[in-house]
Design a protein around this ligand. Sequence first.
Ligand SMILES: CC(=O)SCCNC(=O)CCNC(=O)[C@H](O)C(C)(C)COP(=O)(O)OP(=O)(O)OC[C@H]1O[C@@H](n2cnc3c(N)ncnc32)[C@H](O)[C@@H]1OP(=O)(O)O
Length: 214
Amino acid sequence: MADPLVVVGVGGFGRETLDVVDAVNAAADAPVFDVLGVLDDAPSQVNLDRLAARGVPFLGGTDDLPARDGGVRYLVGVGSPRARRAIADRLEARGAIAATAVHPSVTSGYDVTIGAGSVVCAGVRLTTNISLGRHTHLNLNATVGHDTTVGDFVSVNPLASISGDCTIEDDVLIGVAGVILNGLTVGRGATVGGSACVVRDVPAGSTVKGVPAR
Ligand SMILES: CC(=O)SCCNC(=O)CCNC(=O)[C@H](O)C(C)(C)COP(=O)(O)OP(=O)(O)OC[C@H]1O[C@@H](n2cnc3c(N)ncnc32)[C@H](O)[C@@H]1OP(=O)(O)O
């Protein structure tokens, strides 16, 4: 039987998360998820209209988590690592269970682990001996190389490329088309700008941008 699922976030990545869920269901012999609807504490009208147009119910704020026998699964479709962590903590405290959604077009090699709550979008390439933490997002066409560890609540935006032997600590955001050269560490909570090329370790909490990234 399909798992009852809510997605948090009616914004861009929330609806992109619905796309991943739809693709997972379409590729399976029987639906994996029964999408109950979307939660959002501060939705804009334009995004509510976009959600309504695709026929997915808006369920209210995160206090309105529906109840089902056996629990409700959830995915947080919010790009900000910090906001995503806060929402996940709130839902876990209310008994929700993190789901994981991996688009059927994703390729992965030997020994790849993906933590609960993660969303892996179309076209992502994962090679070998890779670990992704909890609630990590890999957006469209991102790549992750061999022997790399990606922590919890990391956001990797479209086309970003993480080389082999890297360590991406918790709560990091890697901007669109950002490149991390091999063997480097991006410290907890750091932000890598769009199109940056990271050539040395990035200190925790810092923002780097440009080529080479500073
Ligand atoms: C499907 C989707 O939409 S997914 C989302 C895709 N978007 C992203 O990934 C966005 C990633 N974020 C960025 O690149 C941001 O611009 C950040 C994080 C680097 C912003 O850093 P901030 O220091 O706050 O930048 P701020 O906007 O204040 O600009 C400061 C300076 O940096 C420059 N700058 C901003 N972003 C970049 C960048 N990615 N690369 C190079 N320079 C940049 C600005 O032009 C500005 O330069 P100036 O002082 O000479 O005018």
